[in-house]
Design a protein around this ligand. Structure first.
Ligand SMILES: Cc1cc2nc3c(=O)[nH]c(=O)nc-3n(C[C@H](O)[C@H](O)[C@H](O)COP(=O)(O)OP(=O)(O)OC[C@H]3O[C@@H](n4cnc5c(N)ncnc54)[C@H](O)[C@@H]3O)c2cc1C
Length: 450
């Protein structure tokens, strides 16, 4: 897959459609970029916005930082996701342990818990209006295979010293009753949150700008020169001391060495307006993941306003998939009708209406949108100084799980940029950028093609 800039005709998400009056949406669209900046951050998603905000918090003057965004503000995955801040409480442990060892795997999961706590505190402390709802989430097993997988993962995580005190297990009728899913076999309950990610990131950007930070939208960085590490656009070049790549799925466009490390994957979210059985006093407070198998699942987020979002792979099994939709692509300009239909079926499954009660106009499936996830071959994000490119930094590769990562990764990166050690970031060591990490997987890719 050839690296690319973001698609210029992307879908609008529910979050985009409900925040069209954000005053900085098209900030500096028609203005030439400044000639110089101490810090140029590329990307205005949660990684870029929070890195800029953290730099200011640490004492950097706002006017020394400029964020460049290729499209309108927060137009990437950060305002296209399912709005779920859902730490993986144990499920991914075996996979991470196989790749990174059990200590790192435990740290990855512990980090996700810290992220939830950090976002919660941030929203409370700054009174951020982003429809934040701290709640409980269920990992719901719908197949016997998945019951087994969850049980193995739970046991392995616990045996490795993982804290499971915040996880509760339900099975049989209790699982059905707690989750409201008639086909649930068992469910693991743990804390999570739902939010309006567009409003969250816009709040951060707004505060960044109020403190003097600069944002240039509709301004793709087309080249970063190694000598002066300057980010440029047609009609303008910025001489910068530090360039921070917060471009997630698009990182390889400016850093071709990542071509085989960060890959794009399209993902879809489907929005539903609940019927009587899931609204008012019956509106579910909890969120869920309905797991048919590791590759086939639906994430179910319930928003503060009662809207229900279905994301995840949006499939139950091989017969459900949309092969054309699944191919690697940077195109977020369309959505899959198959995946929307699959989610409609799951939505009907958890609605307890009688078949004889017809849908009212405005109820049921409302809207679908897509976004591009940045995946990495070892399932860990890429954070830190870029070896061989002095003054360049990266915070990217969140594998569709950035809301549960970035509130530690971006502050961690800001510390590194300001000269602190990796230890002071408190991030899992396996997140750190290293040439060896990139080379290992690029070599595998080349071998696979021979
Ligand atoms: C459909 C979908 C559902 C998801 N659901 C969830 C979820 O429920 N929970 C969860 O934890 N995570 C979820 N994710 C993942 C999560 O949204 C991401 O991990 C996170 O938003 C990544 O943030 P970011 O700032 O690193 O990247 P982005 O938000 O993608 O920001 C990167 C920005 O860089 C800009 N850019 C790229 N190249 C350039 C360039 N050369 N010049 C200028 N600008 C450039 C892009 O336009 C973009 O705005 C989902 C993702 C998708 C797509």
């Amino acid at each position: 897959m050839e690296p690319s800039l973001p698609h210029n005709s992307s879908t609008l998400s529910h979050w985009h459609r409900t925040t069209r009056s954000f005053p900085h949406l098209h900030a500096n669209r028609l203005n030439t970029v400044p000639a110089a900046a101490t810090y140029v951050i590329i990307g205005s998603g949660i990684s870029g916005a929070l890195t800029g905000w953290e730099l200011i918090k640490s004492g950097v003057k706002g006017d020394e930082i400029i964020i460049l965004e290729a499209r309108e503000a927060v137009s990437g995955a950060s305002a296209r996701n399912a709005g779920h801040i859902r730490p993986d409480s144990f499920r991914g442990f075996p996979g991470y342990a196989t790749t990174h060892g059990s200590e790192q795997a435990r740290k990855i999961l512990e980090n996700e818990r810290t992220v939830l706590k950090n976002v919660h505190e941030f929203v409370k402390q700054h009174n951020v209006d982003c429809d934040f709802k701290y709640t409980t989430t269920y990992e719901v097993a719908i197949s016997e295979d998945f019951v087994e997988l969850l049980s193995t993962a739970f046991t392995a995580f616990k045996a490795a010293g993982g804290d499971v005190s915040h996880i509760q297990f339900h099975e049989g009728e209790k699982a059905k009753q707690k989750t409201g899913v008639p086909t649930a076999i068992c469910a693991y309950e743990s804390p999570a949150a739902s939010n309006h990610p567009g409003k969250l990131v816009q709040w951060i950007l707004n505060d960044f700008i109020q403190k003097g930070g600069k944002l240039w939208t509709h301004c793709p960085a087309t080249k970063v020169g190694p000598a002066q590490a300057g980010a440029s656009k047609v009609g303008g070049t910025i001489a910068a001391k530090n360039v921070v790549h917060c471009t997630n799925a698009y990182a390889a466009y400016l850093l071709p060495e990542l071509k085989h490390f960060i890959s794009p994957r399209r993902s879809q979210v489907n929005s539903f307006t609940p019927r009587l059985s899931l609204s008012g006093e019956y509106a579910p407070a909890h969120t869920m993941a309905l797991r048919y198998s590791p590759d086939h699942f639906f994430s179910v987020n319930t928003l503060k306003n009662g809207t229900i979002l279905f994301g995840g792979t949006g499939t139950r099994g091989e017969n459900d998939v949309d092969k054309e939709f699944e191919r690697a692509t940077f195109d977020d300009s369309k959505y899959s009708e198959t995946l929307a239909r699959n989610s409609s079926r799951e939505f009907d499954g958890i609605s307890r209406e009688l078949d004889s009660v017809p849908l009212r106009h405005g109820e049921g499936f409302d809207y679908a949108w897509t976004g591009i996830i940045g995946t990495t071959p070892d399932n860990a994000p890429l954070i830190g100084a870029i070896d061989g490119l002095p003054g360049q930094w990266i915070c990217a590769g969140f594998n569709g799980h950035g809301m549960a990562h970035i509130f530690t990764c971006a502050p961690g990166l800001a510390k590194l940029v300001l000269g602190k050690s990796w230890k002071e970031t408190a991030l899992p060591e396996c997140f750190q950028f290293s040439k060896e990490r990139i080379t290992q997987y690029s070599d595998l890719h080349v071998k696979a093609r021979i």
